[in-house]
Design a protein around this ligand. Structure first.
Ligand code: C5P
Length: 400
């Protein structure tokens, strides 16, 4: 998807800058060219030499450099790429972009360019949540700037929260999403993905939920969009950022998820990666249940609709390819094969979610792809890579 594409990578001043070096490698191994621009802050974290060695190109740093201008003027530099990627995009760079400041080479390029821009924000969580940054982000989004991340997690400064830069492969997926929409192998195809847990209300303030993070479903949606599919993601409550280039519909309950999925038909492929609650409270209380010393409330459960089975069983508008997930803790492949038959879907992605695998909530996944004909054992991969491999597999299926 990025093969032959020219990217201009602006590396801002944050500890995440070291990950941008890996981003260069990942882009180059996919055939993209990368031209590096380093801010003064960025140069505090990575050296021009590292960036130059990895891009195999000159690195641009100064606005008023006679030699740089003689070689390529900054206006020309700003338009020399198919996409400008800012990673890490610091709070300062975002503020400069939002206000149109042109006080150094990076901000001047961003103001002078007519090329689309993707930013991967990275900063301390308080800075990320500050109303100034929130407003700057809204301004940038409104102007069509694409955003990937940030992720939630421990930060270099010792705090915890949103502000970690998206991982290099997530940024690659967003870049592929940008280019894929134009000419990927799934161009012209529609994809529907479910992700995350559902929340089933007990009363207006309490609910039943599960530990699904939504990481796998979101990664699949990002990868499908990356290959050019017109992708809709129906997701329960998660902390995952919206994948670039994906239409995201947020729901809470299984019944809302089903309604959103049915509204998303027709679609060529449906992938049910959500951990849908099997049961809901039969009649959720309209007012908050009171602990008044009386009898304990008895929760009567009733079964939720099975979204995967419903989509697989549609008469007139069944997606051509329906894919389910099977989270198992034992006899993974056998149980998955049985589930494939029971649910009437075409493929099942089976994974082991026993607590010691760390799959639930973690970044990695070891899966088996169970089709009618065969079982493919995939090596341990990150959830992003599982998403990319599955998207490729889907593209190959439609191409065949
Ligand atoms: O039955 P089980 O929950 O193990 O099946 C898992 C698969 O079924 C997943 O693909 C999940 O997204 C889907 N599913 C669903 N609706 C439900 C329950 C599961 O779509 N109510």
């Amino acid at each position: 998807m990025v093969d032959g594409k020219r990217t201009l990578l602006i590396v801002g001043g944050g500890i995440a800058a070291f990950k941008s070096l890996d981003l260069v490698r990942r882009l180059r191994e996919r055939g993209a060219t990368v031209r590096g621009v380093l801010t003064a802050g960025g140069a505090q974290f990575v050296t021009p030499l590292s960036l130059s060695a990895l891009t195999e190109d000159k690195v641009y740093q100064d606005l008023f450099s006679l030699t740089d201008e003689a070689e390529m003027g900054h206006i020309e530099l700003s338009r020399s790429a198919d996409l400008i990627v800012v990673a890490p995009a610091t709070a300062d760079l975002m503020a400069k972009m939002a206000t149109g400041s042109a006080s150094d080479l990076a901000s001047t390029l961003l103001l002078a360019t007519d090329t689309d821009v993707l930013i991967a924000p990275a900063m301390n969580v308080r800075m990320w949540e500050h109303p100034a940054t929130v407003a700057n982000l809204a301004t940038l989004r409104a102007r069509g700037v694409a955003v990937v991340g940030p992720n939630e997690g421990p930060m270099a400064c010792g705090e915890f929260g949103f502000g970690r830069m998206a991982e290099p492969l997530e940024i690659v997926a967003a870049i592929e999403g940008y280019f894929g929409a134009a000419d990927g192998p799934l161009k012209g195809r529609r994809a529907l993905v479910t992700s995350g847990p559902t929340h089933e209300p007990i009363d207006p303030v309490r609910y039943i939920a599960n530990r699904s993070s939504g990481k796998q479903g979101h990664a699949i949606a990002a990868a499908l969009a990356g290959l050019g599919a017109e992708t809709t993601l129906v997701t329960g409550p998660t902390h995952e950022p919206n994948p670039a280039g994906v239409r995201v519909i947020r729901i809470e309950t299984a019944r809302q998820m089903l309604a959103a999925c049915l509204a998303g038909l027709p679609t060529d492929v449906a992938i049910c990666a959500a951990a849908v609650a099997d049961w809901r409270v039969a009649s959720a209380a309209e007012q908050k249940l009171k602990k008044d010393g009386g009898a304990l409330p008895a929760l009567t459960l009733t079964e939720n609709p099975d979204i995967l089975a419903t989509l697989a069983g549609r008469e007139n508008d069944r997606p051509a390819l329906v894919i389910g997930f099977a989270a198992e803790t034992e006899n993974v492949v056998e149980h998955a094969a049985a589930k494939r038959a029971r649910k009437g879907c075409d493929w099942i992605v089976a994974n082991d979610v026993s607590p010691d695998t760390g799959t639930f909530g973690g970044d990695g996944n070891t899966v088996h792809l169970v089709t009618a004909e065969q079982v493919e054992d995939w090596p341990p991969l990150s959830k992003v890579e599982v998403g990319q491999r599955l998207a490729r597999r889907i593209a190959d299926h439609f191409a065949a």
